[in-house]
Design a binder for this molecule. Structure first.
Ligand SMILES: [Zn+2]
Length: 429
């Protein structure tokens, strides 16, 4: 039952990564422990063969790679991509709301949040704070309140008799979480609360809070679920599961081949940012690594874009094409969309199936119903930017973009085994 150990470590990874900044910081510690060296984009780089490096941009995106022992222009790079962000509720810049003595915070909806499950949850708060410290320096600090500090109560059914048939959610008026009760003349500012939290967590005294990006998250920890532990439930499975699988694949493989993992922020809002997959981050790293040999290196390379897929829901069977309904625990899902919402082509899919077959592991294939629109991933963006042959794949899950998502306990480990083999494979094409 190797997948049990794998999932226990996954659970730890998920619990320590409530935001993209925390996810990158978790990945950084694991890369450091594995002997990878951090590179700063402001410095001159001189890269050695047979070494591991990583580059972080904005604290929320990361490119980690192993240089291998060959000339990349003739042997290529085995690349895996994923995204660090998940849909959530972010605190507004001037967030304080006081009504009937309740202290609440205004929130902005980030990405395609499935809003209903956010009600009646024990919510915590985490993210990045930028402050002026006592020495007069501006610095970034990560904060994570960890314990439940807020709640979005449902309206009782007695006050809305149509709640089960007809309730819709107004994101402006229905979502502000309640944090505490305060006296009439209260003047608490959110910045004060943040300063206290920063001091308690890291001992840093803030002269002034200058900015922040903070999001609420479910304080309930990730966990095995099911009578026979068939499943793992957690927030942010989409797409920290793929970040974790990619990271494990990179760290636990070695050999002569060059391999790379890119985890971008901002996929859930279209990826167009300095650190998003539509931005120049990965290209900039490859330019500096491969130099004049980059075009040839890309032609020898392949990218596997890993992002979760929709498992067919037993209560909603008609939402999937009858021949393309992935089932949890029956293998990772090759995602096909010939309109290029997914970057998979028949060659990249074939290579995956071939490796997976060699290892005796299961795989499935998804194509959306012809009368429905299709989601997308960083796959087509990276393929379009770099010109690299790309595969879109992902572990099937339930409840995508809910505050708590469910995967099969076996699929993550299966995908890890195939990606690990891919990363050290001598010949891709
Ligand atoms: Zn995703």
């Amino acid at each position: 039952m190797e997948h049990v150990e794998f999932n226990k470590d996954l659970i730890e990874f998920l619990n320590s990564s409530p935001t993209p900044w925390h996810a990158v910081s978790t990945m950084k510690s694991r890369l450091d422990a594995a002997g990878f060296q951090q590179l700063d984009e402001r410095d001159d780089w001189s890269l050695d063969r047979n070494r591991g490096y990583y580059v972080i941009r904005n604290g929320s995106s990361i490119v980690a790679f192993r240089t291998g022992n060959k000339d990349v222009s003739t042997s290529g790079i085995r690349m895996v991509g994923a995204h660090t962000d998940s849909p959530c509720l972010k605190v507004k810049p001037n967030p304080e709301l006081r009504r009937k003595g309740y202290f609440q915070l205004g929130v902005e909806v980030y990405g395609g949040v499935l809003l209903n499950p956010w009600f009646d949850r024990d919510l915590s708060l985490a993210g990045r704070v930028t402050l002026l410290d006592e020495a007069g320096e501006v610095q970034d600090v990560l904060v994570d309140f960890r314990k439940p500090v807020a709640f979005i109560p449902s309206l009782a059914i007695h006050l809305d008799r149509e709640a089960n048939s007809n309730r819709s959610i107004n994101a402006q008026t229905d979502l502000p979480p309640v944090l505490m009760q305060v006296p009439e003349d209260d003047t608490t500012s959110f910045a004060d609360l943040l300063s206290q939290q920063v001091a308690a967590e890291s001992g840093i005294k803030a002269r002034k809070i200058l900015g922040y990006e903070l999001s609420f998250y479910d304080a309930q920890q990730a966990e095995f679920v099911g009578l026979r532990n068939d499943f793992v439930a957690s927030a942010r499975m989409d797409n920290l599961l793929s970040c974790y699988i990619g990271l494990q694949s990179l760290i636990h493989t070695s050999g002569d081949e060059a391999a790379l993992l890119v985890c971008n922020d901002h996929e859930e809002v279209g990826s167009m940012s300095a650190e998003g997959a539509q931005g120049p981050f990965l290209t900039a790293v490859l330019d500096r690594w491969c130099g004049a040999g980059k075009a040839r290196a890309i032609a020898h390379s392949m990218m596997i874009s890993a992002d979760n897929a929709h498992g067919v829901h037993p209560n909603y069977l008609d939402r999937h094409d009858e021949n393309h309904g992935p089932v949890l625990n029956q293998g990772p899902v090759i995602k096909v969309n010939h309109n290029q919402r997914y970057a998979t082509n028949s060659r990249s899919a074939a290579l995956y199936r071939h490796i997976s077959d060699e290892l005796g592991l299961p795989h499935q294939t998804f194509v959306v119903r012809s009368d429905m629109g299709c989601g997308s991933t960083i796959g087509p963006l990276t393929a379009g930017n770099l010109g690299v042959t790309t595969l879109d794949i992902g572990v099937p899950q339930f409840g995508m973009h809910s505050i708590r998502e469910l995967i099969g306990a076996e699929d993550g480990f299966t995908l890890f085994r195939v990606l690990a083999e891919f990363m050290q494979r001598e010949k891709v094409f």
